[in-house]
Design a protein around this ligand. Structure first.
Ligand code: TRP
Length: 339
């Protein structure tokens, strides 16, 4: 990589529903930390959202909700750029150029498409298929060098690296695009469903009991943790003994991450206890962390003008960088650009 390139962080969250504990612990908590060290751009990826049909009214609401969530979790919109993807046209423009750089063979290896499209592949949108090219465009539009993602996005990031490399090679512009590095949290890269410890916590799982929304009240959190699936053995003292106990592992992981301790220390403290006791402690720390964030989200949502203004200012800042880079890309590709 070009040694003179400065570090830029880019990441995106889809506005497809309420933010939940998985979004917070798996991504946004880390976004907040990274602001201290690097220039950061955080995007509400509405273009990605419409790869599966979104009700227009809901989409608008979800874009504002996600923005409120970013701010409530501690992203500083004065320091970092927060904006919605569709308001900066460079994303779509660069995505088209990348559609022509990326290979069909690369696309057809993407495992997330296979999962999301399910059995009825023929009926999936073309957008869903080429979605990883748009994600590469998001990142490279700002020449981002670091991308915090969950491990389910690792393959997409590798594709973005391949696209950057192929573009630089094909057009003989060595180092034009940096090769972006994934930042994958080692401690906790995935929060799992509370109903099935082998599935990621997600907005799409039907049962509300599978996830904790950041806007859940105290009663809901307590109830959901009480109902969370576990097994009948007590908490072990060694991590190895959690191997075949995904639900137990998940709850202990969540506890460790929220309290900023290691799994070892959590097990030292909890070993031998049964889950009903541990769940009380888990509920307490969750309520203490999640409820203030939820309250802030609800407050921010009341003032949509304020949120719109933040998005507008973010879009202006992002667009300045994007337009400059798109113009360079167009020149490199051989298009005619105008003043
Ligand atoms: N695809 C990501 C997800 O579903 C969201 C995303 C879009 C993203 N563009 C990105 C993440 C760029 C990191 C960088 O979670």
């Amino acid at each position: 990589m070009n040694k003179n390139a400065k570090s830029v962080v880019f990441s995106g969250v889809q506005p497809t529903g309420n933010l939940h504990l998985g979004n917070y612990l798996g991504a946004i908590k880390n976004f907040v930390e990274l602001q201290k060290k690097m220039e950061c751009i955080y995007c509400v990826v509405d273009l990605h959202a419409i790869t599966t049909f979104q009700d227009p009214k809901e989409l608008k609401k979800n874009i504002l909700d996600t923005t409120a969530g970013f701010i409530a979790c501690g992203i500083d919109f004065k320091k970092s750029i927060i904006f919605n993807q569709s308001s900066v046209s460079g994303h779509a423009e660069l995505a088209w150029i990348f559609n022509c750089v990326s290979r069909v063979g690369w696309m057809s290896r993407m495992t997330q498409f296979k999962e999301k499209a399910g059995k009825n592949k023929e009926n999936a949108s073309v957008g869903l298929y080429v979605y990883p090219n748009l994600m590469a465009a998001d990142i490279l539009l700002y020449k981002a060098t670091h991308v915090p993602v969950g491990d389910d996005q690792k393959q997409h990031l590798e594709l973005a690296r391949d696209i950057a490399q192929k573009f630089n090679n094909d057009f003989k512009v060595k180092d034009f695009f940096p090769i972006p590095e994934p930042l994958i949290q080692k401690k906790l890269s995935r929060v799992m469903s509370l109903r099935d410890g082998t599935k990621k916590m997600s907005k799409s799982e039907e049962s509300d009991y599978a996830r904790i929304d950041l806007q859940d009240g105290e009663d809901e959190i307590v109830k959901k943790i009480k109902k969370a699936k576990t097994d009948s053995s007590p908490i072990p003292s060694k991590i190895d003994d959690l191997k075949n106990r995904p639900e137990a592992l998940n709850l202990l992981n969540i506890y460790s991450f929220i309290t900023d301790t290691t799994m070892e220390k959590t097990l030292d403290k909890m070993a031998g206890k049964d889950f009903s006791k541990f769940k009380n402690e888990l509920s307490d720390v969750l309520v203490a962390t999640v409820c203030p964030i939820g309250k802030k989200i609800k407050e921010l949502k009341k003032d949509s003008k304020y949120l719109l203004q933040i998005l507008q200012e973010g879009a202006n800042k992002a667009d300045l960088i994007a337009q400059k880079n798109v113009k360079m890309v167009k020149e490199i590709v051989g298009f005619i650009t105008h003043q």
